[in-house]
Design a protein around this ligand. Structure first.
Ligand code: ZN
Length: 610
């Protein structure tokens, strides 16, 4: 699932996707469908029965029998699906029209009931983790449990990091007034910040989202004013934001100490199912290619006619006059690009269009951005996007359909294992984008349009690869400095931020002093420490897969589809290994970085031909 192309919609732009709305009847007939209540009530009953049947039966001397464990996991899977289906439906109707109070109420009701049901299920994980290692190893090797091996194994990966049950309870209880409270204070503070935007003789106060949008303005004075306003707003709140960051970094450290993680990145690596050495190899490979970034920004400066490029020029639009693309054309381009790759993939994509699994029209109260929701394996995924007739929207459609294809194919591995970890979650979406991108390049051969599309693709890739590695380096430095030097001042953190950003921008993009404050609104650092490198992992993985497809041709296709069908039923390196991809090989990352560098060269060439 993902969100991109989030825009602030004041006046509603025109859209040729009018009438393209999803039919959610495959889930429920409507918000008043009595089946919603029935499913929740049934899930509640099943959860209670599950608890009385299995509590105290998993953590027993000698462990449970494979049959008992299998029956328990099967029932857990079935009742989880029944418990989640109403909440998934509620989220979808709510996203499609957030301003209908009935939708908000349904969402709240289903969420509350799910929490109540979940209480009966928590014991299972705790008991399973307590089973002795040698016993668990035997169970995991049992043929009867083969289908759920990875699911069960992955739960036990956390075993060395669990505390005793009373300790866990205390931590959870106190977190509500500790970490959770600080995170909420951060979210509410950032959401309520207002930034002064002084432009064209006018002065107004803008939200973070609004002032960020002005950084994409074609007028440089507007971008500069946005950058100054953003800095001022953050500087005025620096004391609070700095304190929040110091506290949460320290909290993370004490969590790591209590749970026996030596490295503050440890918990994230474990959740991502990835070895620390792989992440370090990925990051150093990315850093070796900073030259590509700088070459691109030099080109961008030339195209914009700017001698010196500042931080606030990075998002400047290159061409204002890109052609429009209506829904039928977008549909045929995306459809054709998947079909040419694989008739089977094409047939699945066709179902999304023909059976109304996509919500693309613009509607008051509809959520911004785009996502694909996997729903439950017994149904199928649904896609939401806001189609505004731009070429960018075609890429978004291809992206979400990539997720949709992945989610559709992985239904067979079941509800508990169909989702992948973060590192491979964007695999099919970005791959699908690349397929469509190549087709778009053929469809719009005019050099100026091709260059515009190419630059926007390059900038997206830079944001997912290079910037995310910069963010991760900053976080590493921040956690280290907080540990070694104690509470940090705003100025110290600003300096860490600038130091992490300088190598990527070199002497090509000048970072203003004000840019030093810009770490302080980034939610990832607060919500999930070390979240960001997974983006770089996913993007480079896809670029490497694109290269492999180029080299291997049609034999690549069935193996790729098999990879998607496996969902999250095994660790990413195992599944990727079947495709001949070795993420543990440091040289692997060069493949994708090379492709990015080639794209920059292509842009340079196209620019020369204008
Ligand atoms: Zn995505």
């Amino acid at each position: 699932m993902s969100t991109n192309n989030t825009t602030v919609q004041n006046a509603r732009p025109s859209s040729s996707a009018e009438g393209v709305a999803w039919k959610l009847a495959d889930l429920y007939a409507g918000v008043d469908d009595p089946a919603i209540g029935r499913d929740l009530a049934m899930a509640q009953k099943r959860a209670q029965a599950f608890e009385s049947a299995y509590r105290g039966k998993i953590d027993v001397p000698g462990g449970p029998s494979a049959d008992i464990l299998l029956a328990a996991v099967r029932e857990l899977e079935g009742l989880s699906e029944q418990m989640d289906k109403p909440i998934i439906y509620a989220s979808l109707v709510h996203a499609a029209k957030t301003d209908d109070p009935k939708h908000g109420a349904l969402l709240a009701r289903t969420r509350e009931q799910r929490t109540a049901i979940n209480k009966h299920l928590i014991f299972f994980d705790l008991e399973w983790v307590k089973v002795a290692d040698e016993v668990a190893q035997c169970l995991l090797a049992a043929p009867a449990l083969a289908r759920y091996r990875h699911y069960l194994e992955q739960k036990r990966a956390w075993r060395p990091h669990y505390l005793s049950e009373p300790e866990e309870k205390i931590l959870e209880e106190k977190a509500i007034t500790g970490r959770v409270a600080f995170v909420r204070l951060f979210d509410e503070t950032v959401a309520s910040l207002r930034f002064p935007f002084v432009y064209a003789g006018q002065s107004e106060m803008l939200s973070l989202q609004q002032i960020n949008a002005r950084l994409y303005d074609a007028d440089r004075r507007a971008r500069q004013a946005a950058a100054e306003g953003l800095t001022r707003g953050l500087r005025d709140n620096a004391r609070l934001l700095t304190y929040l960051m110091n506290t949460l970094v320290l909290d993370h450290r004490s969590d790591c100490n209590l749970r026996h993680f030596d490295d503050p990145m440890g918990p994230r690596h474990l959740a991502n199912e990835i070895r620390p050495s792989v992440v370090e190899a990925l990051m150093t490979a990315v850093e070796r290619y900073h030259g590509s970034v700088q070459r691109y920004y030099r080109l961008k400066g030339r195209l914009l006619g700017l001698d010196v490029l500042y931080d606030y020029d990075r998002y400047a639009p290159l061409f204002a006059d890109m052609p429009a693309c209506d829904w039928p054309t977008a549909r045929s381009i995306v459809q054709e690009s998947y079909e040419a790759f694989s008739p089977r993939a094409g047939a699945i994509i066709r179902e999304f269009f023909d059976k109304n699994w996509i919500d693309a029209e613009l509607r008051d109260g509809k959520r911004g951005g785009a996502f694909s929701s996997s729903t439950v394996p017994s149904v199928h995924p649904y896609i939401l996007m806001n189609f505004t007739d731009k070429l960018r929207d075609v890429m978004t459609l291809a992206h979400e359909l990539g997720h949709g294809l992945h989610q559709y194919l992985s239904r067979d591995v079941g509800y508990l294992q169909c989702d992948t970890p973060l590192t491979t979650a964007e695999m099919a979406s970005v791959f699908g984008e690349m397929l469509t991108f190549q087709r778009l390049q053929q469809r719009y051969p005019e050099p100026r349009v091709r260059l515009g599309m190419l630059c926007s693709k390059i900038e997206d890739s830079f944001a997912t690869v290079f910037r995310q590695v910069v963010l991760t380096r900053f976080e590493q430095a921040l956690h280290r400095a907080r540990h070694e030097q104690g509470e940090l001042t705003t100025e110290q953190i600003n300096e860490l931020w600038l130091a992490a950003n300088r190598p990527m921008h070199g002497d090509v993009v000048r970072l203003t002093d004000g840019y030093g404050w810009w770490w302080s609104y980034i939610g990832h650092f607060v919500h999930v420490p070390f979240y960001c490198y997974a983006y770089a992992f996913g993007e480079l993985l896809v670029l490497a897969l694109v290269q492999k497809y180029k080299q291997e041709g049609p034999t690549f296709v069935p193996r790729y589809l098999e990879l998607l069908s496996a969902g999250g039923s095994d660790a990413p390196h195992v599944l990727l290994g079947k495709l001949g991809v070795d993420v543990n090989d440091p040289a692997f990352w060069e493949l994708g970085l090379h492709l990015l560098d080639d794209m920059v060269s292509e842009a340079e060439e196209l620019a020369r031909s204008l």
